[in-house]
Design a protein around this ligand. Sequence first.
Ligand SMILES: [Zn+2]
Length: 493
Amino acid sequence: MRRLIFSLCLLAFSTTIVLAQQYDLVLEGGRVMDPATGLDAVRNVGIRDGKIIRISSEALSGRRVIHSDGLVVAPGFIDLHQHGQELESQRVKALDGVTTALELEIGVPDVAQFLRVKEGHSLIHYGTAASHAAARALVFGAPLPAEPAKNHPGIPEILPKSGPATDQSATPEQIGAIRSRLRAELDAGALAIGMGLSYTPGASRLEVIDMFRLAAGRRLPVYTHARGPGKVQPGIEAVSEVIGAAAITGASLHIVHINSTCLRDSLECLSMIEGARARGLDVTTEAYPYIAGMTSINSALFNPGWQETLGISYGELVLPDTGEHLTKERFDELHNSSTSRSVLIFANTQEVVDKIIPHPLVMIASDGAEGHPRNAGTYSRVLAQCVREKGTLILMDALRKMTLMPAEMLERSTPAARQKGRLQEGADADIVVFDAATIRDQATFKKPMEPSVGVRYLLVGGTVLVDEGKIVPDVFPGRALVGPGKASSGKGL
Ligand SMILES: [Zn+2]
């Protein structure tokens, strides 16, 4: 009898322990902000098995409790446009509040290989588009390497060197072969078709429409760096072309970095997107908060005519590692080289950037890679400059541009995105906890990999990746986001 009472007591005691530690982790007393519902209040957040289980003003208990008083608790930022996928870039992204960073502008040359290499080795969530530029290069007999180049800072080798594969028009047979390659890449798990049209000036209008048709048939979006050339109004012409292709085919369209595509015409380009949306087209866009861009110097973006398109000359091209401003001779040498090298392009003004970032249609995306401060500083910079210093954005709207808007864009590719970009019960526990009073970017053009300050904690799928402002070593909680092709190993078009 005594033993029975003892056992019952033990049972009651252990039940109490279980109840007392109901959650793996509790974020206690933070300012919880969810752009989807408008919730902006002090709450406790209970997390279990990688999910947000409870959001409550009542006390919650967990195996670990993080006191978040005075800190903002928001959905982790989703970067739709990130080239640097290696660990160094992922570390600075995490310290900038990013929990998901996707290569959707161009896409990688080999989707299956990319997903294989990243599995179990990624700090934050990842995914990619199928690359039209790489498919084209393959069909023209100049395939891009599947393995990203080691010890090569800057844009990974996703861009073909300027040459026949970028500049020549494709025959109908070649267009058919490009379509076949893209179908296979979508089957391998790509989230979209990525079209770097500035990098394939030989692609005809019909080739572009054909690729949009393929995306529409798969009910997947096209992400595009719209075409460069155009003598009169390059950005306006480029945006007209892709909005036209979306209207003709019905494909969803995301125009990347409207700031660097349209430069001084950016507000006009935004009004074109507004018009297209008002007519029922699914067109979205994004921008990064810097006056310079960066790309490969030997790419077709620098084919003859680039000065007119960008409104700049050699001196506005700067090598990120040395700070060297180019001359005509140096430009010719680097542009003609078979070795890819990144170059900063100073072509925009702060005035334009300040008008674009607060625009309600514009999501924040970094276009990040080593060599440009946008890799490390994009999100903190918007929070510091636009929200705190200039007052051009309220915090909730800034967060919407970094979380809910990109998550909703991603829902066109995968239903898994419905659990992202939200601070709600049932959502994935991808969470950033930051100090709104001190968060700021520290990366500069001279020191582009300087991490941002102010992100105190970052949770990726419930795993703590940033703890008291520092990266936790030896955890790799990043998971792949894949398109429907992989899930169904689909046939289709
Ligand atoms: Zn681009």
